[in-house]
Design a protein around this ligand. Structure first.
Ligand SMILES: [Zn+2]
Length: 328
């Protein structure tokens, strides 16, 4: 039996979340003092639900010399179809489509396999670094490519790069209302384990034929996934008083493509069912806003916790140093 940490007295129902307003906004501008937590056991739902989503199409991460983007996205789409996950959304940065026929063919293969595409901006800027005008221009620049590749299907879903929704409340609100006027819905995320951080180490280890380190990468990827999925679900219980239907952020990298069958197996072992993104985001929690700027961004429930200066439950951090040093 494991005891986690639940912030005493701050398990917020949706009504409480809706009520976060200007008071919370002014509190957010003060230096962060995360509230004290008291030990509490979390009990996770037996049948959670999740939509898988993939960012940085059509060229996420590095590429081995003898590999192609078309091979990666074709394999990824086949694996999704084999798991009855047709219609999965991939979020596109069209900047990558400019000069490479393989990249263009890869995106065609994704859509032709029955997968969907959405907007991830043209060049993957951070809203914290850009002005609202620059950022909106970058989103609009992606649109002709989405229109051309989507084949009549709905591409009006937007995923914020780095999950950063603006370092001021004014920017956050401006971009959000601009997206709404343009017919977009925000493809929020609740689960994220930084899967793309395994991409470069994997390519290095393949180049070195280091099977022992590749085995460690596979094991640590799944351990990290399990840990951050648990964390996200526990944070939801603190932020909203209950778990919510989930959206998992993944990247269309070589390594995540390789690991997808194992990741799907892990999710099924946890009792997860799968559902399409538009269905998941019908849940009213996805219409909620923390109503403060959360400059560092993050998954939905994490933004609500940060807005209220509430600490997350403890977690095993990602093995960043080992990932950076392996197969050097
Ligand atoms: Zn991205």
């Amino acid at each position: 039996m494991s005891f986690r940490w639940l912030v005493c007295g701050f398990a917020l129902g949706l009504g409480a979340v809706s009520a976060l307003g200007t008071g919370a906004a002014s509190a957010a501008n003060k230096p962060s003092t995360r509230r004290q937590a008291t030990p509490q056991q979390f009990s996770l739902k037996k049948r959670p639900v999740v939509a898988l989503t993939f960012d940085d199409l059509p060229a996420a991460g590095g590429l081995l010399n003898d590999d192609s983007r078309t091979r990666i996205l074709t394999t990824l789409a086949e694996e999704l179809k084999a798991n009855h996950l047709k219609g999965t959304y991939g979020f596109v940065n069209a900047v990558d489509l400019q000069d490479d026929p393989d990249v263009r063919e890869a995106l065609r293969a994704w859509v032709n396999a029955g997968m969907n595409i959405g907007n991830h901006t043209w060049s993957h800027p951070s809203l914290s670094d850009d002005s609202v005008q620059e950022y909106e221009h970058d989103i609009a620049e992606d649109e002709p490519y989405l229109r051309a590749y989507a084949g009549g299907r709905d591409w009006h879903w937007f995923r914020y790069p780095y999950l950063e929704e603006g370092n001021t409340l004014e920017k956050r609100n401006d971009v959000l209302s601009w997206l709404g006027e343009r017919g977009y819905r925000v493809a929020q995320v609740t689960l994220n384990f930084e899967d793309d951080d395994w991409s470069d180490p994997y390519l290095r280890c393949v180049a070195k034929h280091d099977d022992a380190e590749i085995a460690w990468l596979k094991q640590s990827y799944l351990e990290n996934a399990a840990e951050f999925i648990r964390l996200g679900r526990e944070e939801q219980q603190i932020a909203f008083g209950h778990e919510v239907p989930n959206v998992l952020l993944l990247h269309a990298t070589d390594f995540t493509t390789l690991m997808l069958p194992s990741l799907i197996h892990l999710l099924r072992q946890d009792g997860f069912r799968f559902a399409p993104l538009p269905k998941i985001e019908q849940n009213p929690v996805y219409a909620e806003e923390p109503k403060v700027a959360v400059p560092e961004g993050g998954p939905l429930q994490d933004e609500f916790l940060k807005a209220q200066h509430i600490a997350s439950p403890p977690f095993q951090p990602e093995p960043v140093e080992q990932l950076n040093s392996t197969c050097r």
